[in-house]
Ligand binder design. Structure first.
Ligand code: SF4
Length: 357
């Protein structure tokens, strides 16, 4: 099976995720990390996301369960006290109505992430664990298997936005390696802060090292920019990202990465189709369609696909051949591999209670 697969950007993206899961970082000592895909902020989506974690803090985060913790929940868990305290005395004012805090308290309690009780008509809270600073670094990788001049031109604006925002610690561009070095002219178009990786039959090469971005300082989110030229007098639109806002976005991304991983694509495909298969590539499994004889995209792999063929009914009954048919087996395999992200060791490898105040 060739590496990287040349079937589509989707296949390339899965290969990039699989590689990162096994081999991150491309140079230096192995680093505990989790991998996700298609996450970002506002209308910016990164293809592959690597979250380098602090192992001890990551284990503490894992104790809160596999579902993501949104910013309201994190606010409660970060400030919950060690001993029983009225919640309005324990938590700093959130900047939004307290009733939303009560909702978060109820939700956190239902998820066993927090203890709460009612005393004298007041809600008191006590922490189970303090929400930890588990994210060390965030790496954003833009995948572009066919990097030519026009692709480089289109990518430049997006990558410049990533660099100016400084939400990720590093930004990389991953492309297909060829016998010749990546065209210097193409490199010139890419911001010098962005690293360049090439994926080829021999594995992954670093062609340009990225600059570490300053995530501790305020950043700029470039929302729109003038096209340039002597007749374009339109102003660029941008937003200042405070250090606190960047930190919130970083943890929003990390929490979603933790919940989703990168194999959730199977949820929007049809592993119950008789043509759906998994093949073993250089860095692990990837979906394959025996009708198309290649990696199919989620857009293709739907019930409306002209080649869709339901599994034989007996495959869905009585645990055939072991625990259901091939479709169930595919889901199980991918679930098991996704579950690894919740163990850092294997990675190295509603308005309620209005009466309450
Ligand atoms: S035939 Fe269509 S639905 Fe079946 S696996 Fe292939 S792409 Fe998916």
């Amino acid at each position: 099976m060739s590496f990287p697969p040349g079937d589509s950007e989707f296949a390339f993206e899965l290969a990039s995720c699989a590689w990162a899961e096994q081999e991150w970082p491309p140079t230096g000592e192995p680093t505990p990390a989790i991998v996700a895909r298609q996450l970002g902020w506002q209308q910016r989506r990164w293809d592959t996301i690597v979250i380098e974690v602090d192992p001890g803090a990551f284990e503490t985060r894992a104790a809160f369960g596999p579902e993501r913790l949104n910013s309201d929940l994190r606010h409660v868990l970060q400030h919950a006290p060690e001993s029983w305290t009225y919640y309005r005395e324990a938590l700093p004012h959130p900047g939004y109505p307290w009733r939303y805090v009560r909702e978060s308290i109820h939700e956190a309690t239902a998820r066993d992430a927090l203890e709460s009780r009612k005393r004298g008509g007041q809600i008191e809270i006590r922490r189970v664990e303090k929400y930890p600073d588990w994210v060390d670094r965030i790496i954003a990788i833009e995948n572009k298997p066919d990097l030519d001049a026009s692709a480089a031109r289109r990518l430049t604006d997006q990558l410049e936005r990533d660099v100016a925002a400084g939400i990720a610690d590093e930004v990389w561009l991953a492309t297909t390696g060829t016998d010749s070095r990546v065209e210097p002219a193409l490199l010139e178009r890419i911001p010098s802060e962005v690293g360049i990786l090439t994926l080829g039959p021999e594995g992954v090469d670093v062609r340009w090292r990225p600059r570490t971005l300053d995530t501790e300082q305020a950043g700029i989110d470039i929302l729109d920019r003038s096209e340039g030229g002597s007749h374009d007098q339109s102003a660029a639109q941008f937003e200042v990202l405070s250090r606190a806002a960047k930190s919130e976005k970083r943890y929003d991304i990390a929490e979603r990465a933790y919940e989703r991983g990168w194999r959730h694509y199977v949820e929007s495909m049809r592993p119950d189709c008789a043509h759906f298969d998994l093949t073993v590539g250089r860095y692990g499994y990837r979906p394959t369609c025996t009708a198309f004889d290649r990696t199919q995209t989620p857009r293709e792999c739907r019930g409306s696909c002209p080649h869709f063929q339901p599994e034989p009914p007996q495959h869905r009954q009585g645990g055939w051949p072991i625990e259901g048919g091939p479709g169930q087996t595919v889901k199980r395999i991918l679930r098991e591999r996704s579950a690894r992200r919740h163990s850092v060791s294997s990675t190295v490898t509603s308005d309620r209670g209005t009466a309450s105040r």
